[in-house]
Design a protein around this ligand. Structure first.
Ligand SMILES: [Zn+2]
Length: 213
């Protein structure tokens, strides 16, 4: 099962990715993790990426795509993979298409989880992080047993600046601008599967699995 997962902040993408990983025994691949591994193991690409980052520049698409091409051939991807946070731009999506052709791999679908802005804002503004263990929780879905305290470790909960209402709307706007071209691109390739993300975690999973049948 080879999936790309798209969705705005607050739609539950991370939660669904974890569920799909277990269900299909596939890894979740993110560019951040891939980049870190390449740098830590001092591969040729890793050394190149690090020197670019040291100059304060972003790792260019061609370097990222080369890393992706390597990663998509590793042993743990035998059953497939979930791409999370990649591709992020149209050139990356086109680059990925080329790689998949070379590797003779076909995507099962590009899942775009959607929900109304009102729902996303409500979910995100109820998100809290633990100062001690960094766990993220939600006052609606997983309310703390003791007010203001983390259910995992008892540490103090706080609201990240990113999850404050005035910042949330900006984040949603950025997502929309960035992702719209991708949505259109994958719709044209007939790979796009839009899923309603307004329900419970379980309902969203059912909707995704139905699209992947
Ligand atoms: Zn904690």
């Amino acid at each position: 099962m080879r999936i790309i997962l798209l969705g705005p902040p607050g739609v539950g993408k991370g939660t669904q990715a974890k569920i799909l990983m277990k269900r299909f025994s596939i890894p979740q691949l993110s560019t951040g993790d891939i980049l870190r591994t390449e740098i830590d193991t001092k591969t040729e690409l890793g050394i190149l990426a690090k020197s670019i980052m040291n100059e304060g520049k972003l790792v260019p698409d061609n370097v990222m795509l080369n890393m992706m091409e390597k990663r998509l051939q590793e042993d743990d991807t035998i059953n497939g993979y979930i791409l999370d946070g990649f591709p992020r731009t149209l050139p990356q999506a086109k680059g990925l298409e080329k790689i998949l052709k070379i590797l003779v791999q076909r995507l099962n679908g590009v899942i775009a989880i959607k929900a109304d802005e009102g729902i996303l804002v409500e979910r995100l503004s109820n998100r809290r992080s633990c100062k001690k263990c960094n766990a993220i929780t939600n006052l609606i879905f997983d309310p703390p047993r003791v007010e203001g305290k983390c259910n995992q470790c008892g540490g103090e909960l706080f609201q990240r600046d990113d999850d404050k209402p005035e910042v949330i709307l900006d984040r949603l706007e950025v997502y929309k601008k960035q992702t719209e071209p991708l949505i259109n691109y994958y719709a044209e390739l007939q790979l796009l599967k839009e899923v309603d993300g307004s329900g419970t975690i379980n309902e969203i999973t059912i909707n995704i699995l139905r699209e992947l049948e």
